[in-house]
Write a protein that binds this ligand. Structure first.
Ligand code: DA2
Length: 277
């Protein structure tokens, strides 16, 4: 393994999270969910709290969305919108079990006075959209194949005024972009090529020749579902292989235990929306 002596510089972030007070696995809308597997909600809250404290400890600001009973997936706050340059493109969930979450997110963003664009097309916010601020002048990467639909990519581009690059997800285990690809800093990403169509793999290789490449085991451990401030990379503690790769690339891995929330099909990134205001 090559060791890179690169100085990584963190940038302070503002995040949005939602406590798993009402978390449960009552329906199965992705391959990770199994209604027969018991969930320890108290433990989920503890693990989520530890994640929130970790972000605050790294110097980031965390806003909180009020959890609502009857919306057990609301803890996955990343899915409620995509915010770029102070404008917010709202979500429209694919599955009706999550549909009502969109209004809660909208109310939050509007209460802050930020420009909110209501979507007409199905999209799951930062679950399927990733923003790379300094890549090619500011690029939105967008997944489709399982949740977000292609017309939403064009709608996001019109709403936010940044080019959107469509990427085709082909493996149901990686049903959202943020389980297969992550933004490491203002210009680089990490991804698992096998989650994408051959054509989308070529697009990613062309746009990000220096990307960190993850393998199937990293992705299966939800390693790519991480949050990075450009230097500190907060990731699922099970993703030990990816943590080593990122360390060798000059990042500082910060492992967190989120086993309970994995039962709903999400990890670190799913719990965190970035507020780019
Ligand atoms: C990393 N991922 C996939 C997320 N961004 N969100 C998790 C959503 C989980 C929820 N049960 C669902 O299936 O919608």
């Amino acid at each position: 393994m090559v060791t890179v002596n690169q100085q990584r510089v963190p940038r302070k972030r503002t995040y949005l999270m939602c406590s798993p007070e009402h978390f449960a696995v009552e329906y199965a809308i992705n391959p990770w969910m199994d209604v027969a597997t018991p969930v320890d909600r108290e433990l989920a809250v503890k693990q989520w709290d530890r994640l929130r404290e970790t972000l605050v400890g790294l110097g980031h600001e965390v806003h909180l969305l009020t959890p609502e009973p009857g919306l057990p997936d609301m803890v996955y706050a990343a899915n409620g919108a995509l915010m770029v340059d102070g404008s917010v493109y709202g979500a429209r969930f694919k599955h009706e079990q999550r549909a009502a979450e969109a209004a809660a997110h909208r109310a939050f963003y509007e209460s802050q006075g930020w420009r909110f664009i209501a979507p007409s097309e199905t999209n799951e916010g930062e679950g399927d959209f990733a923003y790379v601020p300094e890549a090619h002048g500011g690029l939105i990467l967008a997944g489709h194949g399982f949740r977000t639909e292609i017309p939403a990519h064009a709608e996001a581009q019109e709403a936010l005024g940044r080019p959107v690059v469509s990427l085709h997800l082909i493996d149901p285990r990686f049903y959202h972009l943020d389980v297969a690809l992550t933004v490491l800093d203002d210009s680089n990403i990490a991804y698992f090529p096998g989650a994408f169509s051959a054509a989308s793999q070529r697009v990613l290789a062309q746009l990000f020749p220096a990307a960190v490449i993850a393998d199937d085991a990293d992705a299966m451990a939800f390693g790519l579902n991480l949050v990075s401030d450009g230097a500190n990379v907060v990731l699922n503690s099970e993703a030990t292989g990816l943590a080593g790769t990122l360390k060798a690339a000059g990042y500082t891995p910060v492992p967190v235990e989120l086993a309970e929330l994995k039962k709903g099909g999400g990890s670190v990134k799913c719990c965190i929306a970035e507020l780019r205001h």
